[in-house]
Write a protein that binds this ligand. Structure first.
Ligand SMILES: Nc1ncnc2c1ncn2[C@@H]1O[C@H](COP(=O)(O)OP(=O)(O)O)[C@@H](O)[C@H]1O
Ligand SMILES: [Mg+2]
Length: 283
């Protein structure tokens, strides 16, 4: 139980770091609206009055957030150079604790589901096949995303699903990484992380992304997560048993989620391609 207490303490500690850093601007861009808030800061829509071009500006509000932003800038540049098809997001500039990037028009999957309720099956399959495909390509480049969840899947107004938020993504030769945050914490969003990542101090493999994608599907199909609190996750880890899927998950997705969310990594899909193949087989 020791690590669970440490992990809960760290999460509480991070959430109370005061927002003491002043975020910067891009020349004379005008702020038009708040687009979102995440763990590390806020995202705003900005407009350059010289040419009326619009961008998204992600601003870090904590010291940790600044490092995350710099990391996101580097990873987006690497993706743009090596395989621009993975995401339409481009990083243009980073200054004064702010990242200037492509403005996406639409809503993330959390907002989409909150506003429209359950997704029709054809859209559900389209979005998740598309994100699985992006992750296959990301893994081919040797990059792990490590934060796959509904809040980091964006649905554009044209109806395309886009993988976003590369804040803690990492280039990891061999797709295996052991890296802890500054406070010794394992990086990621606990509900979307596989048991072995939560219990082995910083481990990340393709399993983080496989489990994260499976949990995102669970989240969309049920409108909830298996546990309400971090304590609930702790209790689940102690059982060493796979999550019991609720009855509202349709029969055709149950074997897929049972495999993607299995407690033991060896019982899960062994690659994102295997996961994508399973999604492609659903009629
Ligand atoms: N480029 C963008 N264009 C439009 N909205 C965005 C963009 N990037 C992020 N957002 C919105 O802001 C939210 C938080 O952004 P995200 O990159 O996930 O930051 P965090 O690292 O703080 O979670 C997203 O869920 C999305 O709704
Ligand atoms: Mg996010």
């Amino acid at each position: 139980m020791n690590f669970i207490l440490k992990f809960l303490f760290i999460i509480t500690f991070i959430s109370i770091i005061p927002a003491t850093i002043e975020a910067g601007d891009f020349d004379d861009c005008v702020v038009e609206q708040l687009l979102g808030m995440g763990g590390m800061g806020i995202v705003e829509q900005i407009r350059d009055p010289n040419n009326n071009q619009r961008f998204a500006r992600k601003m870090a509000l904590t010291l940790d957030g600044v490092e995350t932003l710099e990391n996101e800038f580097r990873i987006l540049k690497m993706i743009e150079y090596k395989d621009p098809g993975i995401t339409p997001l481009r990083a243009f500039d980073i200054q004064n604790r702010s990242l200037k990037m492509t403005l996406l028009e639409g809503k993330d999957l959390v907002q989409t589901v909150n506003e429209n309720g359950n997704l029709p099956k054809n859209l559900f399959l389209k979005y998740f096949r598309s994100i699985a495909g992006s992750l296959v390509r990301l893994h081919k480049l040797g990059i792990l995303h490590r934060d796959v969840k509904c809040g980091n899947i964006f649905i554009t107004k044209e109806g395309e699903a886009v993988l976003t938020d590369f804040g803690i993504a990492k280039f990891a030769p061999g797709l295996r990484l052991k890296e802890k945050g500054k406070f010794g914490q394992t990086l990621g969003t606990p509900h979307f992380m596989p048991p072995e990542a939560l219990t082995s101090e910083g481990l990340a493999t393709v399993q983080n992304d496989i489990y994260g994608l499976g949990m995102s599907m669970y989240n969309v199909l049920t409108g909830k997560l298996p546990f309400n609190t971090n304590w609930g996750i702790g209790a689940y880890l102690a059982t060493k048993q796979s999550i019991v899927l609720p009855p509202e998950i349709p029969a055709e997705f149950r074997p897929i989620l049972e495999k993607a969310l299995a407690f033991k990594p060896e019982d899960r899909y062994q690659s994102m391609q295997e996961f994508l193949d399973a999604l492609n087989r659903v009629q």
